[in-house]
Design a protein around this ligand. Structure first.
Ligand code: ZN
Length: 338
């Protein structure tokens, strides 16, 4: 009797183990299939033509792979998820605007951030992130977060009156963004207007200081054809001449000359045109607020709003006036349906 009972126990134990092993292997199989499905879903099925500026080569890339490399190049992956989703929509909008309007390049878009959007291959970004001290796990999670943001916003672009917009963006503009017309032209772009902005004060480039000597300031302006001479007395009288509506510097007075703040920004590497200036002996000191041209979406602001619970569509509607978020695919775009 005892023997039969023991036998039954052993058989039951073996059966139980078998069931557990089968269940586990099935779970692994399901997980593997799910993973495979996720990989397949990430590919968009549409391609774009990317011009590599360094080699002049044109490459055909999957649309979503292109967006992954752009979003990962343009915004830190440890920003809030809703801010990353907003950047994904902005990157897609920027691309489709280029596909439609790019007549200068023999491709849809190029990899130069100053001309189109920043594009660095994900393998190169992984190397950069690793050198910055991110762990393999951080990097993996960061990439997955961006991929999810791209898939979840698949096909979404920003439009104004049915037309795809020029989705400009920048890093930071504490307090207020800028009208596009105040910087590049006098033409009003109705969806790129200055709006109030709230930004996390811990952003490391929120404020910055540039100190430039009299000699460097004078010689740089002369070498670039802005002035012919500058006496030390005129240097000591340099002052802000005009502000834009949103409170950035528009021009400064240098002797009898009037210099655009945007030109100063590029000549002397100022982070933005939102600055105060003072003369300290034979130096000029610029105290700068924010980073970038200030037009359109502010990335630090998007992150701050996301932290306070705003969704990506609310963030987009905040920075781009009277726009809509529309759904398209690249084929529609190429056929000129939008
Ligand atoms: Zn380009």
């Amino acid at each position: 009797m005892k023997l039969r009972l023991a036998f039954l126990y052993i058989v039951s134990a073996i059966l139980f183990c078998l069931i557990v092993v089968l269940a586990l292997s099935n779970k692994n199989k399901v997980e593997e299939e799910k993973k495979e499905e996720e990989e397949i879903q990430f590919e968009s099925g549409s391609t774009i033509q990317l011009l590599r500026n360094t080699t002049g080569q044109i490459e055909t890339l999957d649309l979503n792979y292109y967006l992954l490399c752009v979003v990962a190049s343009e915004i830190p992956f440890n920003y809030e998820y809703e801010a990353i989703k907003a950047q994904a929509i902005v990157a897609r909008t920027y691309l489709f605007n280029k596909i439609k309007n790019n007549k200068e390049e023999n491709a849809d878009v190029c990899d130069n951030y100053a001309h189109c959007q920043a594009f660095t291959d994900i393998s190169e970004l992984e190397r950069i992130w690793k050198n910055k001290g991110f762990s393999q796990e951080d990097i993996k999670q960061g990439e997955e977060k961006i991929k999810r943001a791209i898939v979840e916003t698949q096909g979404e672009v920003i439009t104004y009156n049915g037309e795809i917009i020029d989705a400009l963006f920048h890093a930071s503009s504490p307090e207020k963004t800028e009208d596009a017309s105040a910087i590049w032209s006098q033409i009003d772009i109705p969806y790129l207007r200055a709006v109030d902005n709230v930004e996390d004060e811990s952003y490391d480039k929120r404020t910055s200081t540039n100190v430039i000597s009299y000699a460097t300031f004078k010689n740089t302006l002369i070498d670039n054809g802005y002035i012919t001479d500058l006496s030390i007395d005129d240097f000591k009288n340099i002052h802000i001449n005009e502000y834009t509506k949103s409170g950035r510097v528009k021009t400064i007075a240098v002797g009898s000359y009037c210099i655009k703040a945007e030109n100063l920004r590029s000549l002397f590497g100022l982070n933005s045109t939102n600055f105060t200036l003072k003369i300290l002996g034979e130096d000029i000191e610029f105290n700068v607020l924010g980073y970038g041209h200030g037009v359109g979406l502010s990335q630090v602001g998007a992150n701050t709003y996301a932290k306070s619970g705003k969704k990506c569509d609310e963030i987009i509607h905040h920075y781009y006036t009277d726009v809509e978020i529309s759904n398209i695919n690249s084929e529609q775009m190429k056929r000129g349906e939008i």
